[in-house]
Design a protein around this ligand. Structure first.
Ligand SMILES: C[S@@+](CC[C@H](N)C(=O)[O-])C[C@H]1O[C@@H](n2cnc3c(N)ncnc32)[C@H](O)[C@@H]1O
Length: 459
């Protein structure tokens, strides 16, 4: 235990066998510290504080990785699981090009918003006044079934929808469209995404009575009479407050005159298994795939998706396409030898586990997860240039008492797609969702996990 505590205090790093830092001289791997990938109260500042994403990277981590990789300004950094957009925001601020993708439209909205510079300052305040004024004159409901009626009484839900409708009117297009119906979110600018995030924050703040100790779960009222009924005045005041707070967090470091010189950042709402990017386009990837800890990112962003007009059926469809989802597809993929020995031994142990549903639901769920992960790594290999670097963050977890050594599994999968594993940094995680697994306590008592930063070079 003493030894473990010491390790917890000091991040430790180790070389993968067979590769020394010397194989990659321009990477200064061993002479300076690497910030933890996990966010904490000190690192969640500025635009990173606009949206508190449970799974989000810390900004200093991405800054450190880019520095350690020694990437030139003209380099293109990719993140196929861009989430709240930490990779794309940091690349943008360093004046580098970047490609970001996430399958969840709510997260695409957040990552797009974080690219907003101060060149629109102080238009946000005036725009906010117009958005609220127009929202207050809409009369008829725009949606047949109101997704926000899950938590809000009909009148309040309509008022919130009218704010969304008004954001679209001024910043997307004159006719309202349900965003779940759009093929892509390319029509959403950073400025419109900024107002969407202000709406997300308003909804989240109002949902405080339905929060639980699980950061990814929001309760529903037991009875329709328990739904919230904020007045128009309260909603307008809250939305305005969030626009002002967010505006204050936009740093003044960008020279408005020079902003046309900023390289392009492209953010797509896309599946990591089929990215809309060219072969060999990226010089580096900095990313974190969904973990195998049963965090359902679709459920975790339910308030945001519903604020964007997603119906229950739309949310369900999205969850089915996500890696790490708790839903089960009709056809289960078979395990593959290329996934590596560690993955296959783990799957065999899950299949044979004595507990209820291990040989049915849980084995299917894990096969689905590893299939999605491996296919995404192959796709990532396609878009990376030969000789480029790939930095992936993953966390280990347990299925019952069986260790799911995801860092080792991803290392073996990376090698199977042709990458050299050159380095690994490990960070102990205190409050891990590794325990969120059903009945984890029955099988083991340890509740910590390790988050590993895996450094690869593409062949
Ligand atoms: C660990 S999080 C990444 C967080 C990100 N590094 C950040 O700073 O916010 C993993 C992300 O993968 C996304 N995701 C899940 N399945 C996906 C898929 N098939 N294609 C693309 N993204 C997916 C989830 O929506 C989630 O945002």
């Amino acid at each position: 235990l003493g030894c473990f505590k010491k390790r917890r205090d000091n991040k430790y790093r180790r070389l993968q066998s067979g590769f020394a830092a010397a194989t990659f001289p321009e990477m200064t791997l061993s002479n300076s510290e690497l910030s933890s990938p996990k966010r904490n109260s000190q690192t969640v500042t500025g635009k990173a504080a606009w949206y508190s994403y449970y799974a989000g990277f810390s900004t200093p981590f991405v800054q450190d990785v880019i520095r350690k990789l020694g990437l030139p300004h003209e380099a293109i950094v990719a993140d196929p699981w861009n989430g709240a957009g930490t990779t794309t925001q940091v690349a943008h601020e360093l004046r580098m090009s970047a490609l970001g993708a996430d399958i969840n439209p709510a997260m695409v909205m957040v990552s797009k918003a974080r690219l907003l510079g101060n060149m629109v300052d102080p238009s946000q305040t005036t725009l906010c006044t117009h958005i609220l004024r127009k929202a207050s004159v809409y009369r008829a409901d725009v949606l047949e079934e109101e997704p926000l009626a899950l938590w809000f009484a009909p009148q309040s839900a309509t008022l919130l929808r009218n704010i969304e409708r008004s954001i679209q009117f001024y910043l997307v297009g004159p006719a309202y469209s349900r965003l779940a119906k759009l093929e892509s979110l390319s029509s959403i600018s950073s400025l419109s995404a900024f107002f969407y995030v202000a709406l997300f924050r308003t909804v989240r703040e109002l949902l405080a009575p339905f929060r639980t100790t699980n950061p990814t779960w929001i309760k529903k009222p037991k009875h329709p009479s328990g739904r919230l009924r904020p007045s128009e005045e309260i909603l307008a005041r809250m939305f305005k407050k969030h626009v002002e707070t967010m505006t204050a967090a936009i740093p003044n470091l960008l020279d408005p005159m020079a902003q046309s010189e900023y390289p392009e950042i492209k953010i797509d709402c896309a599946d990591s298994k089929s990215l809309p990017w060219k072969d060999g386009v990226a010089d580096a990837a900095i990313a974190s795939p969904p973990y195998c800890t049963r965090i359902d990112y679709g459920i975790a962003t339910l308030p945001e998706l519903r604020a964007m007009g997603f119906s229950s059926a739309d949310v369900r469809k999205l969850r089915e396409r996500m890696i790490g989802t708790s839903t089960i597809a009709t056809a289960t993929p078979a395990s593959q030898r290329e996934w590596g020995d560690t993955c296959n031994s783990f799957l065999a142990a899950v299949r044979q586990h004595r507990s209820h549903s291990s040989a049915s639901y849980y084995i299917k769920n894990h096969l689905q997860y590893f299939d999605g992960l491996f296919r995404s790594l192959k796709e990532l290999n396609r878009i990376l240039k030969p000789g480029s670097r790939c930095v992936l963050v993953v966390q280990d977890s347990y299925y019952k008492e069986i260790k799911n050594d995801l860092p080792q599994i991803v290392t073996e999968m990376g090698q199977a797609v042709g990458w050299k594993s050159v380095w690994r940094d490990d960070f102990p995680v205190e409050h891990s969702m590794a325990r969120a697994h059903a009945h984890a306590e029955t099988y083991r008592t340890e509740s910590t996990a390790t988050e590993s930063v895996l450094w690869f070079v593409r062949a």
